[in-house]
Design a protein around this ligand. Sequence first.
Ligand code: KG4
Ligand code: ZN
Length: 358
Amino acid sequence: MEKNNEPKILAIETSCDETAAAVLIGAKIKSNIIYSQLNLHKKTKGIVPEVASRAHIEKIILVIKQALQAARVRPLQIDLIAVTVGPGLIGSLLVGVDTAKTLGFIWDKSIVPVNHIEGHIYANFIGKLPATSYKLPTFPAVALVVSGGHTSLILMRGHGNYKLLGSTLDDAAGEAFDKVARILDLGYPGGPAISAAAESCQQTAAGCQLSLPRPMIKTNNFDFSFSGLKTAVLYTVQDLKKHYKVTQLPNYTITAVAAEFQQAVVDVLVNKTIKAARKYNAKSILLGGGVAANKLLRRQLRSAVKKELPVSCFLFPALSLCTDNAAMIGLCAYYKYLADKKNLKNWREIKIDLNPKL
Ligand code: KG4
Ligand code: ZN
């Protein structure tokens, strides 16, 4: 343990397609190493779970070694191990969880199991950085977690105190970005591809006579649905091809569809988040997950908070902490450790939990 009693944490994240390890001292991130499997999954335009777990096995030890080296921390100086135990792909989770358990056994260290969604929220808890105006979130907070596997609005009344306000009834927002990118032949992963296409769009959606639905935007709850929007894009593309008698749409039409789709997703996410924040008097509005990297979402949610909830503060993670990483898992573990130092778990008690409750 550090002189100031801050634990040295080795965090491991392998829930999907990033093999990640990080070292933290307390809430300070000392290293954050990510081996992305992107190139492997580009070939199949999506993740093949078996391929993902094999790649985790190949890289996990190397990634952990790099995280320790970059942090200049020796294995035996580690006080705690943090690991994602779910939700995620079972084969991928197994690699991280079994590695953490093995290290916990060999080094005789406690393990803090972390829920991946909670990790995305805690990417906002990096603490005060020197020479920045970054603040820590205050409670109550409303968190929007938007990733490839999840779209959830969560009320947080304190550390570890969550109420799930709503979630997607079908596709997650990131999944919709990935599927629409496939329809538009824009490549994988879909989020950055759609975003880049939308930014290069020269025409307004109205100029192209394009209008996509904003699913569930008016419903009196905090649930989402993106599967119908994806189907609307598919039908729109089919109709446009038929109308112009082409098999391939021109680039300016593709970018207009991408821009209108992105705006539709952002409109729904911003609208519901503001509604939830207002209802629960949120002092902070937090964003997390891969889709939190979307510039339009960050910009429009920030201006909506400024306009509608001027006394609340809007926080979003640095881009490197939006998509899957182990630093966010370490941050969450640190706050769990602070809350319950006496009740740490040993390797025997750690299990995968595919549907953990928040
Ligand atoms: O959090 P994450 O790395 O993995 C999961 O937990 O699912 O999120 C990955 C998702 C993908 O669906 C990807 O397309 C989306 O995040 N994403 C984006 C952007 N960057 C990544 N979606 C919209 N705009 C982006 N700039
Ligand atoms: Zn994630």
